[in-house]
Design a binder for this molecule. Sequence first.
Ligand code: SF4
Ligand code: SF4
Length: 402
Amino acid sequence: MSRLDLKRFTFMQLMELDACTRCGECVTWCPTFAEKEQLDAITPLRKIEAVRGFVNQQYGLRARIFGARPIDETAFRTHSSGTYDCTLCGRCGVVCPVHIDTRSLWIAMREQLVDQGVYPDTMDHLRKTVTTSYNISGDDNANRLIWSQNLKQIPDGVGKKQHAETVYFVGCVASFYPQSYSVPQSMVEVLEHAGVDYMTMGGEEWCCGFPLIIAGMGDAAVECVRHNVEAVRKTGAKRLVAACPSCYHTWKDEYAHILGEPLGFEVLHATELLAEIVGKLSLKPLDDTVTYHDPCDLGRTSGIYDAPRAVIRAIPGAEFIEMADHHEYSLCCGGGGDVEMADKDLSAAVADRRVQQAADTGAKYLLSACQQCTRTLAGAARRNKVRVRSMDIVELLAKQLA
Ligand code: SF4
Ligand code: SF4
């Protein structure tokens, strides 16, 4: 193993490694550790302790006097398992009394693990797939609009327009996973109903780069970032709307930073646009109870809690019930952080717990605003024979269109 590259951490992150008081509050809130207690290395506390120890061995006072000590490979491998068995849900950061930005710290740790070549093989597969196919599934990227094939009528905004005020960035999951096709189908139905001037980009849409960035392989995402921004600029759009919270966060918070310049257009999450246009929709009443799962990248990462709730409350007759954990304390669905690729069983166990919370509300619909959450929670509901219908907010809106 080569010497650790401290440049992977910001100055603030190096301070955060020292600032951790070892109080352990984060440990009790970590949803992955709750399901895999035999792997102590998952906990935020242990991840920080481990890296602080590695850094001290190589850059501490003793290292400066007597030379850097080599890192124990077994300890480094254990640290890698814990760091990749984290959904990056950010719940630990919410409860940390010294406000450590844990999610960013875990990504920096992954970057360092990639530098050292100590990471799950599945991440190599992911990198190869995204950088050669420009999507996460390895499908032919020209088929990005395959979900539109069974629409009664394909609107002009889907594949025919070259210019529009709003670009709808569909995202890899909704484009290529058949169980999610109904999200873009519903989205275009609602946009048509509200008279929005929108367009999709078809094969010119590439993966947003998020899965690579969180894998610690952000360098490999730059080509996707450059391509996507150029493609949107060519449309002359004033704004881009993403239905996937991870795409949204990457566009909103990472792209300008990676490019080193402003994008030149606004970035919205679908629920923000829906909250703006829901008053224009004519909706049938829904005589049922609904609950809402805050996607981690929409809530904790991006601070969007009100827009999805405003849309749900605008559906006449819908009775809204919060789950036990909601807003910034929301439980993760288990589908984040590339954990599904690194440890499928762990991802499923986290989802099972969240679905149980939904079942406890007695709601008929478990709504979310993320295709990945909806898919993971639907799987958990099936596995556990829980009678709750997992769907995206926009799917329910489209179902209620009068
Ligand atoms: S981000 Fe979530 S899964 Fe990862 S350590 Fe923090 S609480 Fe646990
Ligand atoms: S809550 Fe914060 S200060 Fe306490 S152990 Fe966790 S990371 Fe450290």
